[in-house]
Every structure is written in structure tokens, then in C-alpha cells.
Design a protein around this ligand. Sequence first.
Ligand code: IVH
Length: 668
Amino acid sequence: MTSDVRQRIEELRREIRFHDYKYYVEASPVISDLEYDRLMQQLKKLEAEHPELVTPDSPTQRIGDQPVPGLTPVEHRLPMLSIDNTYRREELLEYRARVDRWLKGEPVEWAVEPKIDGAAISLTFENGVFTQAATRGNGRVGDDVTHTARTIMDLPLHLIGDEPPRVLEVRGEVYIRNSDLVEINQRQHERGEPPFANPRNLAAGTLRLLDPRIAAERRLRVFCHSHGYCEGLRATTHMEFLAEIRQLGLPTVPHVACFDQFEQALAYCDELIERLHEWDYEVDGLVLKVNRFDQRERLGSTSKSPRWLVAYKFTKYEAATRLLGIHVQVGKTGVVTPVAELEPVQLAGTIVRRASLHNADELERKDIRIGDIVVVEKAGKIIPHVVRVEKHLRTEPLKKFRFPTHCPVCGQALVRDPGGVYIRCVNRACPARLRERLKFFASREGMDIDGLGEKLIDLLLEHELVSGFADLYRLTVDQLETLPRMGVKSAENLVRSIAASKQRGLARVLNALSIPHVGAHTATILAEHFGSIERLMEADLEELESIPEIGPIIAESVYDFFQSDEGQETIRELQSVGVVMTQPRRKRKERPLEGKTVVVTGTLQGYSRKEIQELIHELGGHAASSVSRKTDFVVAGENAGSKLDKARQLGITVLDEQAFEAMIGDGS
Ligand code: IVH
């Protein structure tokens, strides 16, 4: 009995690992989220019934349920060194000349790859099982962060393949995608928490959290780029090493290429530099590495860094400039944020004139004063922000900045969120809030109304053509035509695109309404839970709070909005102009193999083994590797062997390739 369960548990784990790999590493999932959840549920249930069979490398063990009491120091078996770096091309050429000298003119192959701007990590696997993660620390001793590293989404807890090295210590960079950071910050905002400034610090900070449950929300990922202490590694070059660990299911640093000539490697550096902006992660340079391990060994290291590699760094996305003024901006939910007006400065290819100062507390803590020299950072998609002030450059006494007590637009007294960092104008009718709400409503994130941007919204407000969302849908070509620089054609186009936005569905509408603490993520949860605005408006606080991920602050904000006269009026108006406020159900694909366990054996004409397994998954089935009583049918190709015999013994239906295709309705 237990051995059956043990086998089933192993099978489920193998399958889940396979799907994790497809999803996170290859980014090409073969089953739906629903099916994945089902596999996970099955595994969780079996493990709950048989706790003695739970192992630390089980996919269920990614997120522990207990914080660790503190971080324990770990001594690295081999030191984690740093990389010698240069910002100048001439220095790169000098470095190459040194390598040539050290290797007495032997030919050298050069691997080039991005230098990922994340948090360095060492990951140890013993006999294929993930056993420990450690930060770099001082290079000799780091901190044990195994508990948070388990939440790294693309890190396998168990390597793929039958013959992993006995000990494999890979080193890599933990990072957070820029697009994920935008969403994480959106959620921070919804919760009334301040945003995170950059993905690198967030990744490093997250690894060092004591509570893995919080870490799991931060979507950590890893790129592996080198190795530490290993036993049984086969590779003899860097390129072989990356291929070997990729085979084992580890995500490797992208865009790697290897060249016979240093000049070619440099040309590739130029190519990569042109493409940096395409990537969804931060890169602070490129690394040039000697490919062959035997040459690396002969080159050795200094006390600080190996001689076999060099980093070609970019100037950081940071610049110092003078703070000319601070103005406060009223956002769509009334949050008043301080914005720095700067002496224009060149930064990451753009001229920066303004930067976020986050919030009043931050201003106070950093003691930023008008006239100061401040350092601005712009990373990825993040809006430029002031990182610090260079106080030592203050040459004269500057006045402390006093945060306004009243809304600069409507004059109402500002109110601080209870227990939060945000200060708001709570006047729902504040013209600044209306303008921001309309802007957001029309924006791509909101109702995605093509052609309705900031300038046009200002004109509409100025000409008193709109005072609420629904007014947009009542605009006519005649009215629009009276606006400056608006011809008939553009007026017609605008009316058409406004009308088209009526069909975006409930989740979009909920997000577009600018309800405090409700962003795109919460809006989707609400829309999927309730299905229609009517159902949502009927919900009481208790029901709202019972929805996963909806906490008391969000629940109260949603409830208040729909109970308020203004909220109800807004919805009535939007209904009267025909805005659709239901959530279309997702279409189910045709899934003829739903719930079926299929075993494939022998060689098929039309599919490789991998292809047919993927097809089975796509059609809802489960592709198992061995025949048992639970097998629904076996697909047998040429030279089918023992599995076919076993199927016959157990009386299980056997299909040939044609019969299988007929069954799935694909006779083509
Ligand atoms: S190779 C001697 N490859 O940069 C260390 N490191 O500044 C050899 N890093 O701590 C590591 N991207 O964590 C290597 N493609 C890459 C890298 C990379 C980022 C980090 C690494 C190291 C730091 C040194």
C-alpha cells in the first residue's frame, strides 16, 4: 500500500517539476493553471495523509509555513570572489594582452554574457536535491537563505535527469523582473505601503527575510552563471557547463555567446549594449570569460578576483543634480505626493527634469531641502526617483521643507491614512482628483480609450464637457469639433474609440474607477469572484473579506465606495450609457482527454515522445510513464515492448496512432 502511495507521490512530483520547468524556465506551459493546481492538490492531499513521505525537495515545500528565527552564517567551501571591472574599452584590450601573456599566446575562446544586477547567491544540490542557499556575505562567509531561496520561482528543488553530479554548487544572481516590480509596487500602493525603489535591493532584501511567505509574493527568479564546489561535474568549458546545468533544469544566464577572437567578443558586447532596453531585468555590465576551465586554472585568482574574467561595466543609471523646487501632486485617489523639480540632467538616455520623492515621511527622513544636490536613479521601467541627498555639498544653510497641510488645488485640509504613509486630499470633488481619475480611466491600464490623452482631457474639463466618467460616452462629434485643433475625422475617431471601450468587461471597469486600494490585480479578483457589478454591489463586508487576497482595508474601501451616493451614482450613470459590467467567462478549450491517464510506448510516426506528451497534456490528459490499473489507455507505436504486454495483461485499451488521432478528433 505505502509503496503504491510512495510511487504515486513520486510520479506527481516528477510531473509537477516538469511543469514548473516548462512554465518558469522555458516559459511555455503545457497545461492550464487549473490542471496544475489539481496536480498540486493531489500531492498535498497524499502528503497530508502520509506525512512520513514528505521530503524537503517536494514541490509542496517551496513556501514553508514558519519564519526562521534568524539567519545562520554559512562558510563558503570556495570563496565567492568579485569581478575586476572596467568602464573603458582600452582597459579591456590591456586585459586581453595580459591574458595572452599569462597563457603564452595560446588561443583563447571568449564567452560574453550580461552581468545581472541582482543579489549574488550560492545554491547547493546534493545528489540532485536542493540542500542549501547562501548569500555572498563577505565572500568567505554568507548567510543561510535556504528558506527564502526555495520560493525562487524558477529554481528546481530537485534536478531533472537521472545522473546529477554528486555535489553541485551553482552560483547565480537572484533578480526580480522590472514588470514584476511594477505589479509588486501596484500592490504595495493598494495596501497603502510605500513602493520599492529598485529591483536589486528588493531581491537582496527579500532573500534575507525571515518569513518565506512574504518572500513568495516577491516573485524571485535566478540566473545561474558559474559554479563553486562540485563533485562529478562533466563540463570542461563554460559553454558546456551552462548546457549541463540547463539540462538539469537550472535557468542559466541569457544571451551568452562564445568567440574565438577577442575582437568578435567586443563586437558582440556592442550588439548587446544596443539591446539592453529590450530586457525585463537590470543589467549593470557585460562579463567576458575565458571559456576553457584548464586555462582558467592556470590563470588562477588574485585575493579579490579570478584572472579569467573581466566585467565591462556601464555607468550606473544614477546622476547628481540640483533640486530646484518641490511641488506636490494630487493623484486619482487623492494621495498627495511630493515631486522634485530638477536642474535637467542626462540619465540612461533621457533628460530628467522631475523625479519622485515618494512621500512626506521619506522627505523628512532624508532631510531633503530645496537647493540641495541630490542623486537621481532611473532603473528599468521605474519612474526616476531621488535616492539620496549629498549633504556634504550643502554650502549654505537651507530651509527645511514643510509639507503642505491643505490641498494645493481645492484647499481642503489633508488627512494622513490611519497608520499609513500616505497623505490625502479626501475631497472626492477635488478638480485635481477628477482630472487624474479621468486620465486614468481613459489610459491603457484603464478603459484603454485610443486617442484620449492628458491634453484632450484638460480641454474637455476646461470646456466643461465632462464632469464624470459617463459624460465621456455622451460626447458627440459636434461637441468635440468645437475644441481647438480637432477636425471632424479625429472627432469621429474619438467617439468611435470611446464607444469601443464599453466592452472591456468588469475587471477593467473596476480598475478604471480609481477606488482607493483597488488596482488591476484586486479588480480582477473581484470581477472573477462576483461576475457582475450587481452582485458586487450587493456584497457585504463579510463576504468581501472572505475572498482570498482581499484584506480588511481593501474590503472596507470597496464597500464604502459602493455604499456611497457617489459610487452608486457613478455605476448607474455608466450603466445608462451602456458600459458592460459583467466578466466574460473564459472559454474552455476542447479537452477530449480530460482526466484520462495515457501511457505512450514505442515509436510513433507523427510525434516525438515529447510532442505527444505535450499534446496529451494540452487535451486535458495525464501522460504517465508506466502502465498500471489506473491507466485509461495505451498508445502503442512501432517496436512497443513490455508496456504493451503489461497493458494487455491488465486488459487496458490499446490504441495505435491512427485510433488515437481519431479519438482526439484529429484525423488530419
Ligand atoms: S561570474 C568571481 N557571471 O557579479 C565571480 N558573475 O561583481 C564570478 N554577476 O558576485 C561570477 N552576473 O554574483 C558572473 N554573468 C555573470 C554575472 C555575475 C552578475 C555577479 C556575481 C558576482 C558579482 C561580482
